[in-house]
Write a protein that binds this ligand. Sequence first.
Ligand code: UD1
Length: 418
Amino acid sequence: MSKFLINGGKKLFGDLQITAAKNAYLPILAACVLCEDKITLHNYPYYSDTESMCKILSSLGALISCENGDLTVDASSLFSWGIKSELASQVRSSIFMLGALLGRFKKARVAYPGGCEIGARPIDIHLAGFRKLGVVVEEKHGFIQCDASNMHSGKILLEFPSVGATESLMMASVLTNGVTHILNAAKEPEIVDLQNFLVKMGAKIWGAGTGEIIVEGVKKLKGCDYDPIKDRIIAGTYLIATAMCGGDVTLYGVKPDHLGALIDKLDKTACNIEAKSDKIRVKASGKPIALGKIETSVYPGLPTDLQAQILALSTISEGSSMICENVFESRFKHVPELVKMGADVHVKDRVAFVRGVKKLYGASVTGMELRGTASLILAGLVAEGYTTVSGAKHIDRGYASIEKELSLIGADIKRVED
Ligand code: UD1
């Protein structure tokens, strides 16, 4: 079991290249099974979630290799449409495989997915969408079994613009006869990226980034190469880290538009931000000013995946903040750990009330999920003295090597084994 040892109080300076987006790569990896030709994906990021997804593809019979950052997936030899529970439980995105396998085999069997502990995370919206397209869905003994022999096109109105459900339905319908409309679709940049990838494979699909996605089924998809977008949440984490610690950091690769809501909030309160086509420069000195009322919401609102990091920033800002978590119901597990470091935070239902303190102090804290663990690392970077953050396995799900990246810009952080 590894943990991070941080000697806080260092300012951050330098440049960082942002790695590919976990949440773009995962559905794109799933979509590779829709076609029998080779696919090459560039700039493959070594996150444990993407590695788990590759293991799932291999277990189905896909041949996978990686050279110089290019991941090649050859799904021509796929022999199985069922995902074992020990693999599905490692990553929630195993649920994407349902849509992709239905597209390819017209049947699929997936164990209930795993993933971060941030609430109930049901999959009813995915399954309701499949049923609307004529898929027979059976849920028993911890498995979801789908038969799409009579699958057809149709109009699906999502009860909530779920990112995963939108992606599952895009994949399920690209090889289905007729025209399918996905209404109240999620608008996240990763949805647009999945559409761009599917189009490169020969799919007829448009509307991603708006509330209505239209898919005109085609008979077959073809191989291609593709470079998924960079990770806006990693970029947001480093932007907030600089706002907390002070310094001058430039992040390359990520599109500032993808972080519009965060940049609007932080610029001129917590730091100064200069955003150009694919680079973001953040300069910070002095104490950040509290952001006031913050609410997470679906894109283009403030992403729930940055809530924990924003909360960490609020703990050392001048003034009070009120942070409402509107997307997941149980996403404040980092709060008691931040309180151990001297933060003044009270949670009531889905709202955290934060009063900025002068200083945080180093402590031994434990991360319970991916983004919460990132927030504890940020707190450790700004705290006085040494902090140990246990739960590195959570961070590794979505950051390729957070300690190396932060060290590159001047943080004193290392990974140590228990
Ligand atoms: C994706 C992201 C995750 C991010 C989240 C919200 C990936 C791999 N993960 O997760 O990092 O935090 O979007 O931006 O892309 N819901 C239901 N029923 C469903 C599906 C979802 O009730 O069938 C609820 C969830 O419990 C949650 C909300 O809808 O409260 C949003 O979930 P969703 O958008 O589906 O998130 P994920 O796709 O799981």
